[in-house]
Design a protein around this ligand. Structure first.
Ligand code: NA7
Length: 533
């Protein structure tokens, strides 16, 4: 039965991940009527879907959490330095309950179309189930890593066993005991899951196209004294993080890797390797700016891989040859050591590409691999994938994926010309995936909801990014992307992981503080670059 909820809301929110939850809460705080549509059967977004073994965040939990509510910050206790997916999901569920958000969310509601009616100045969302939702404003809180990327391999239907994508993991889990397992893909999801699968599986064969750099998390139970110290002065940590390029607190040197002796450099890298985590790249200020400086970090990690992995041929295959930090570095527990296990085999897809799946396994250009279970860890159509898969049409009726056919563009990663009253949380053109997502999400949610409240207070009904402002911002996004080494690597930041996707560096690499300042200036100048009516 087609049901039209008819009620007009101030704000329609798509997605009940960390962005959607906070949006709903903020809207309610500001007296805005809001409704959330969420595809999943529960809250949590990326943490709802990515339930593969070993899934955990790569930013320390004391930082990878909301800061908008001081009490929430104080009362929640993380058990590990880097929490695992079940705990992060419990946190999202706790937030939803604590702030009474569940009654504002329609679960299992997938948006098919979003249309702007210029005459009435309203957005209408239509779901796959035929229901509709109307609101003056629409906020896409659809996440940057939400649309799974399936490799184009022939024969999915021919394989007689189960095939699991890491981003669509079954809620009941997967029992690998006594099974021969294949993992395709060695990005973060592969690198996190492989050590766990290896422990349970009878045999694990890993199909690697490109090796990734990974540093140890050095994860463990969170030291309660350390947690208490942070909690006693949480704001100082948050303030310090907000001044960092990636919004992650840590020690980032501005010194050149090339101005110190090789002994001093090795000692610094060793210290950071032993400390664990993404701040490894903060050892020197020019690692992501100067290829020679980058080479020093590459050499260190190569030596580490060589020292951990017994089979030197395997070690060599695991050593990436591109720059370090071009792709998002991985943070692991026991990844390289896993290759010393007797039940683990590494296959280089460059020397034997997969030809097809057949009833009992995978066939490569060289041989056949008998397996019972296939795990697909091939990532996402990042940043634009979730938006482009909906049919979003603005003022002139042009679909967003048509506007973006040569690559995305936006004003501040927040809004697009020709799509009035539509906002994106951590959209392309914002720092998003180059930062700790939580502060980036909170910043966007606050900016967007303040903007909507301001519109209402001033009796405006439409806000739209000017074409010139969008163009100037996008040129700036590309200009800062061209500084340094990051864009020299093919990655999901540039869309290179998806066949046919335009090659455009999508996140804003000018740094979180500079970005926030720009957003603040826009507001101070009465929403400069936007037209309000
Ligand atoms: P990633 O980082 O995009 O990694 C995907 C991996 O899958 C990577 O090794 C790819 O190799 C590989 N891949 C992709 N397509 C294929 C095909 N067709 N055949 C073989 N191998 C393939 O995704 P993740 O889910 O691991 O991590 C995403 C983010 O989540 C991560 O950056 C963190 O921020 C958290 P390639 O490098 O393309 O050759």
């Amino acid at each position: 039965m087609v049901k039209n909820t008819a009620t007009q809301y101030d704000v329609a929110i798509v997605g009940a991940g960390f962005a959607g939850l906070y949006l709903l809460h903020r809207c309610r705080q500001l007296g805005l009527r809001a409704r959330v549509w969420e595809k999943g059967a529960g809250v949590g977004g990326v943490w709802y879907w990515n339930r593969y073994p070993g899934a955990r965040c790569d930013v320390e939990s004391m930082q990878y959490c909301y800061q908008f509510d001081a009490e929430l910050q104080q009362e929640w206790n993380w058990s590990e330095r880097y929490s695992a997916q079940p705990e992060i999901l419990r946190y999202a569920q706790h937030v939803a309950q604590r702030f009474n958000l569940l009654d504002g969310i329609d679960f299992e509601h997938t948006v098919k179309h979003a249309r702007f009616d210029s005459e009435q100045s309203i957005w209408t969302l239509t779901g796959e189930n035929g229901e509709s939702l109307t609101a003056r404003y629409c906020v896409m809180a659809t996440g940057c890593l939400s649309k799974p990327n399936w490799p184009a391999i022939e024969g999915y239907d021919d394989f007689s066993g189960p095939v699991y994508h890491t981003a669509l993991w079954p809620h009941e889990g997967v029992d690998f005991k006594g099974k021969r397992v294949a993992v395709i893909g060695t990005g973060s999801s592969g690198i996190q899951s492989i050590p766990h699968i290896a422990v349970d599986a009878e045999a694990l064969t890993i199909f690697q196209r490109t090796p990734n750099y990974s540093v140890p998390a050095q994860n463990g139970p969170l030291d309660p004294t350390q947690a208490a110290t942070i909690k006693a002065n949480y704001q100082a940590l948050r303030d310090s993080a907000s001044q960092k390029h990636n919004a992650i607190d840590g020690i980032y040197s501005t010194e050149s890797a090339l101005r110190v002796s090789s002994e001093e450099r090795s000692a610094e890298y060793e210290k950071r390797w032993n400390h664990g985590g993404l701040t490894f790249l903060g050892a020197y200020g020019d690692i992501l700016r100067d290829k020679k400086a980058n080479d020093t970090a590459v050499e260190f990690v190569h030596e580490k891989i060589n020292s951990i992995v017994n089979d030197k041929m395997v070690a060599k295959l695991l050593m990436p040859t591109n720059i370090i930090g071009g792709k998002r570095m991985c943070v692991d527990t026991d990844y390289y050591a896993t290759f010393n296990r007797d039940n683990v085999t590494l296959i280089d897809l460059n020397s034997q590409p997969i030809v097809r799946l057949y009833s009992h396994g995978l066939e490569t250009a060289i041989t056949e691999y008998l397996v019972d279970i296939i795990v697909i860890a091939t990532g996402f159509d990042a940043m634009t994938g979730a938006l482009n898969q909906m049919d979003i049409r603005g003022r002139s009726g042009i679909a967003l994926n048509e506007k973006w056919q040569h690559g995305p563009s936006s004003y501040l990663g927040l809004a697009m010309h020709d799509y009035p009253n539509l906002f994106t949380v951590t959209g392309p053109g914002s720092p998003s995936v180059l930062t700790n997502m939580l502060p980036s999400i909170e910043h966007h949610v606050e900016w967007i909801t303040n903007c909507i409240a301001n519109m209402k207070a001033n009796e405006h009904t439409i806000i739209e990014a000017e074409a010139s402002a969008e163009q100037a911002w996008w040129e700036h996004v590309q200009e800062v992307a061209s500084v340094g080494l990051k864009q020299t690597t093919n990655s999901w930041y540039t869309g290179a992981n998806i066949k046919g996707k335009p090659n455009v560096f999508m996140p804003y690499n000018g740094g979180f503080p500079q970005y926030c300042k720009k957003c603040e200036d826009v507001v101070k100048k009465d929403y400069e670059g936007f037209v309000k009516t």
